[in-house]
Design a protein around this ligand. Sequence first.
Ligand SMILES: [Zn+2]
Ligand SMILES: [Zn+2]
Length: 275
Amino acid sequence: MQFVTRAQWGAVPPSSDWTYIASTDGVKIHYEGTEVPADLTGADQHGRCAGRVRDIQASHMANTSEGWIDIAYNAVVCPHGSVFEGRGLHHKTGANGNSALNAAHYAVCAMVGDSGLTEPTDDMLGGLRDAIEWFQQQGGAGDQIEGHRDGYATDCPGDPLYGWVEQGAPRPGGSSAPRPTPAPQPPANSGSGPDWPGEYLRMQTPMLHDSNVSTWQQRMSDRGWRIAVDGWYGPQSAATARAFQDDSTAHGWPLVADGIVGPATWRASWDRPVS
Ligand SMILES: [Zn+2]
Ligand SMILES: [Zn+2]
């Protein structure tokens, strides 16, 4: 499963506690129900997906008539097959229509709409399948796979996706095996700094030397750390990273003190206020 945690897509915390549910009868599939840009399916467009999930969360939390405490869905699946964690496992959804329906099924939303992008991609169907199995295996979801329209008056999840639900939500390509987990994906950047370049900056042989190292070193220098901006990730960089990680943890921004600049440390290097 190509999984994107709440931290990775830049979720804000729920405005009050989620409602715990031990199990459900299954999973209901949703769509956005509005226009989704048709060009979102491009292989180079995945960088937009985290921002779209943040927008969904923001619009849900601003919806005063629903009173949602968080994004209403338990997960959102993009056209590239990534599964974005919503309310996640063992938390009651707000998306199925009423309290009883919300307790009966998890809610998984596909990033297709009623105009623009209306047909799910194969990658998306694979991601939806991944999400369904995740709720079944770890969230106590039963076997039922339904659409939002089942038992509730709505067009959701749209005819193309509902047709797939009616077929039993098969994994594209006919294989029932989950896809192998790919390398970690760069998370969306929630702040003003550059996106994590997708490369872990760490001590290695031969020594890492590139412009990503320079970019990070310059940022640390700007933050007041004594560090050479030479593009070499050597002992000084590793020691600076470790000290920054310790300092961040001490200031309520927990980071693993491993001396490696991964996505969390990269982002904190820009987003954590300079104290
Ligand atoms: Zn729906
Ligand atoms: Zn995507």
